[in-house]
Ligand binder design. Structure first.
Ligand SMILES: Cc1cc2nc3c(=O)[nH]c(=O)nc-3n(C[C@H](O)[C@H](O)[C@H](O)COP(=O)(O)O)c2cc1C
Length: 391
């Protein structure tokens, strides 16, 4: 499911326009095709050039400097789009939207729209609670306009109350949610991600290059597909507040958390790069360099995936196999020896710590090569394969 939905991001005049710049970056990262349209007031807060650089497209903001062939941007822009999102939506713009004004490009596009529209209000708490604004909001809801937020909290003017625009990450999540079929509705998914660190002494450890990006991408995609997600991770990637995130450092902490949660799950996806060895004992303090060789004795760690497999037979179990050679052969061995339902195999140099990855899926019947792609797209494809097998 590659994501190339075209979105119009309408930016209106308010301090929160700076958050729209971050939203643009995130939408582009998530493969949306973003056309930014600004009101004239919005251009006083953030320059169109910022949005142009982030979206890779000319920003539209004037009815009268239309670069389209027939001068009909105000009619045609929404025809090519799947959603208009106004973020931030000023009190003024909300009023205009309610009453069908079309005295600038963005309001004209909204009036002539042929796609759904969502707004993320951003205004002072008194502007928000004013009966005029509340009347407008109620009317817009009746008209089928989708609302994302607002949030409560400290405002740019110093007041504390309802009216803040929700954060760009949350907006992205709401937009992803809007576009994603709920193929994992109410399924409980437990995911591990990141690397582990096995301490040698008080300051040093055995770690690996895993960034936790793949696990994080799977967790967020699963969330937008309707799953209830628990993530056991060592990585400090910023995750949605709707993902239950449990931070761990080493194999034994990860094992304890996984075994504690696995019993109530439908699916277990082991993405974490888990150390195979740990020092026999952790040395006290910081080992001093004295010019002599130093020998470190290692013992094998507990195998979390095998333990889950043994103890939770009904779980749908997915393992990641990061190999440096003989990819398919080693992945098949893992599928059988750990009694898994699916293995996601990848060559270390094609995935670990990188933005993009190339993976092959294996189950007892099929081998499916997925084209090289960014980890967000890959996470969706992997979850679609899992959903197809459990539903
Ligand atoms: C510094 C400053 C901050 C403002 N912040 C907001 C805001 O957060 N929300 C809002 O609704 N209006 C805000 N306004 C007022 C709007 O910019 C004003 O109503 C403007 O006409 C909105 O135009 P637009 O809806 O066409 O973008 C602010 C004005 C100034 C000068």
């Amino acid at each position: 499911m590659s994501n190339s939905h075209r979105i119009i991001l309408g930016v209106t005049g308010g301090i929160a326009a700076y958050k729209a710049a971050e939203l643009t970056r995130l939408l582009v990262k998530y493969q949306y095709d973003v056309q930014v349209v600004m009101t004239e007031s919005a251009t006083k807060f953030v320059a169109p050039l910022t949005f142009q650089a982030l979206s890779g497209k000319e920003v539209l903001w004037s009815l009268w400097s239309d670069s389209s062939k027939n001068g009909m941007s105000h009619i045609e822009t929404s025809r090519k789009s799947k959603l208009i999102i106004i973020a931030p939506a000023s009190a003024n713009f909300i009023a205009k939207l309610t009453h069908g004004f079309s005295d600038d490009l963005l309001s004209s596009i909204c009036l002539a729209r042929t796609c759904p529209i969502a707004v993320a209000p951003a205004m002072n708490m008194h502007m928000w609670s004013n009966p005029a604004t509340q009347r407008n909001i109620n009317q817009l809801k009746k008209d089928g306009v989708i609302f994302f937020g607002p949030d409560s909290g400290e405002q740019a003017c110093g007041d504390i109350g309802l009216g803040r625009m929700i954060e760009s990450e949350e907006l992205l999540e709401s937009i992803n949610d809007y576009f994603t079929p709920k193929i994992l509705k109410n399924k409980k998914i437990l995911i591990t991600s990141g690397g582990t660190i096995e301490m040698i002494d008080d300051v040093r450890g055995i770690a690996n290059l895993s960034s936790g990006q793949m696990g994080s991408a799977i967790a967020h995609s699963a969330l937008s597909m309707g799953a209830k997600v628990t993530l056991v991770t060592s990585s400090k990637n910023k995750n949605s507040k709707h993902i239950q995130t449990i931070y761990v450092k080493n194999v034994s902490e990860m094992h304890k958390e996984v075994m504690g949660h696995a019993g109530s799950q439908d699916i277990f996806i082991s993405v974490a790069a888990i150390s195979d060895f740990t020092p026999e004992k952790i040395l006290k303090g910081k080992i001093k360099k004295d010019g002599k060789n130093f020998t470190l004795k290692l013992k094998p760690t507990i195998d979390i995936l095998s333990d889950v497999s043994k103890n939770y037979k009904k779980l749908f179990k997915v393992g990641f196999a990061a190999e440096s050679e003989n990819l398919i052969e080693n992945a098949k061995k893992k599928l059988i020896s750990k009694n898994l339902d699916l293995v996601v195999a990848n060559l270390v140099h094609e995935s670990m710590g990188l933005e993009d990855a190339k993976v092959t899926l294996l189950d007892k019947k099929d081998i499916i090569d997925l084209p090289k792609s960014n980890k967000i797209n890959l996470s969706k494809r992997i979850l679609e394969e899992i959903a197809g097998r459990i539903n």
